[in-house]
Write a protein that binds this ligand. Structure first.
Ligand SMILES: Cc1ncc(COP(=O)(O)O)c(C=O)c1O
Length: 472
């Protein structure tokens, strides 16, 4: 359990709150903590990600406290992939959070921020020998996701003279979800089809085989079974199905190998709603379960299932991404060209922010839009907010928003999860800067990309140059 000392977080006062630390100020501007988004856009430029440090801390505490209230042995990790970077990792370290790292570079970034009082896990379906070596050397638990990985970890641990912590990513079948078709999934089919078809995880017989081999290997220590229910819906019962099946697998491991599974790592995928809606197709709204509701329902399911199978309670771990960082970030863009087509009641507002920077939009994610310099203004009519790319680049379609002019600043709320970490360079567009705001302080944590960063990677082979410029 994480028990780092924590200072109380001082909430700012807003005329209207969107979250605890983001809201509309008395001057009608959007504020992130004590800073005005309009002034942040002037100071740091646009497009810009603005991270509220205290909202991030607050979300973590809310999630952790909810699960700690309902279960005796809980560890909440931050899923670094949601928004990476050593500054955010430091913030999570200070909160006592471990981290889920996916791949060598995420592991490297997380390690740069120092060991955490909590644990780290390394996930990934195709881990490299070097990645495994780094994890073993640093005592990071490796979740095995292929039969051959076990030998690689074992050899590495022996060669380095270290013990290696290992878990197993499992392939649940989720049969009760065979007729559940959710809003955003990894391909077609029901949740159960998805679970079967995606690449992650080891089937039950292979999991049992792995546990036996881990137990027989003197350098390996079995730590956890891991599953991640991805982003499906915000329906608590889906998570209950997953949690129950995890306990069934722990019971099978106990029965077939005699080994007690120390920890069940239940991954991420938890939703966080807002009255103005967010998430896939705006379905995360006031009806989204609270962390408290998730925690109560899922922890009760785990306890009941353990009771039914006669198992001691395992530890619980979570790898939480978007519900911790999502609502802590606003993405800012500046209005450039505007266009009207009165016959069809169409209008477009172009920003310098694009779907390169808010890529979940392409998967149907809805972001609440606020005009940061007139956050209280009445809507003038529906407008499409678009980016400058050669694709339709539609960031918000047909939204009732105040009339806008060049220079206005438009903010997208809940923009933390998988935006910066998946930002792209389509049309050779440069990726935005990110600033971390805490009270009055605002500091760059990601530098704005420069043309040299994009151009510098390109090469022209001399034979191609020769055809352009060489003598014939
Ligand atoms: C293995 C694993 N754990 C945790 C997460 C975090 O999920 P979320 O951001 O939905 O909480 C992901 C996201 O892709 C993941 O792949």
């Amino acid at each position: 359990m994480n028990d780092a000392p924590r200072e109380e977080l001082k909430q700012p006062r807003f005329e209207k709150n969107f979250t605890e630390f983001i809201g509309i100020r008395d001057d009608g501007h959007l504020g992130v903590e004590a800073r005005d988004c309009v002034e942040l856009a002037e100071t740091f430029g646009t497009p810009l990600y603005v991270v509220s440090e205290n909202q991030f801390r607050h979300n973590y505490r809310q999630f952790r406290d909810a699960f700690v209230r309902h279960y005796p042995n809980v560890e909440v990790m931050y899923s670094n992939k949601a928004m990476n970077g050593p500054a955010l990792r430091h913030v999570m370290n200070q909160e006592g959070a471990g981290g889920d790292c996916f791949g060598e570079n995420e592991l490297y970034i997380a390690l740069l921020a120092g060991r955490t009082p909590g644990s780290m896990v390394l996930n990934g379906s195709n881990k490299t020998p070097h990645e495994i070596e780094v994890a073993v050397l640093n005592g990071v638990c490796i979740n095995i996701d292929a039969m051959g990985e076990l030998d690689l970890i074992d050899e590495t641990a022996r060669r380095l003279g270290r013990d290696a912590d290992v878990g197993i990513r499992v392939k649940l079948e989720l049969k009760p979800l065979g007729k559940r078709f959710a809003t955003q999934m990894h391909g077609p089919g029901s949740l159960s089809d998805q679970a079967r078809n995606h690449k992650w995880g080891m089937p039950l017989d292979q999991t049992l085989e792995l546990v036996k081999r881990i137990e027989a290997a003197p350098h390996l220590r079995f730590q956890e079974l891991n599953y991640h229910l991805s982003r499906m819906d915000n329906i608590t019962d889906d998570f209950v199905v997953m949690a129950r099946e995890m306990v069934e697998w722990a019971a099978a491991v106990k029965r077939e190998t005699g080994v007690s599974v120390p920890t069940l790592d239940l991954g991420g995928g938890w939703a966080q709603g807002r009255p103005e809606k967010t998430g896939p197709h705006g379905e995360d709204d006031v009806d989204t379960p609270s962390f408290e509701e998730y925690a109560k329902t899922v922890c009760t399911a785990v306890k009941d299932a353990c009771g039914a199978h006669g198992l001691d309670l395992p530890g619980l771990k979570f790898e939480v991404g978007r519900s911790l960082i999502g609502s802590a970030v606003v993405a800012l863009g500046r209005v450039g060209a505007t266009k009207e087509w009165p016959e069809y009641a169409k209008s477009w507002v172009n920003l310098d922010l694009s779907t390169n920077h808010l890529s979940p939009v392409a998967e149907g994610w809805h972001y609440h839009v606020v005009v940061a310099n007139k956050a209280n203004a009445h809507a003038a009519g529906p407008v499409d907010v678009v980016g400058p790319l050669c694709s339709p680049d539609n960031l918000a379609f047909d939204r009732p928003l105040p009339s806008m002019d060049a220079g206005d600043i438009v903010a997208f709320l809940d923009a933390g999860a998988y935006t910066e970490s998946r930002a792209a360079n389509f049309n050779a567009q440069l990726r935005p800067a990110a600033v971390l705001v805490s009270g009055d302080d605002a500091d760059v944590i990601t530098e704005r990309e420069q043309l040299r960063d994009v151009m510098g990677r390109f090469r022209v082979p001399s034979r191609v140059l020769n055809l352009s410029f060489g003598r014939t």
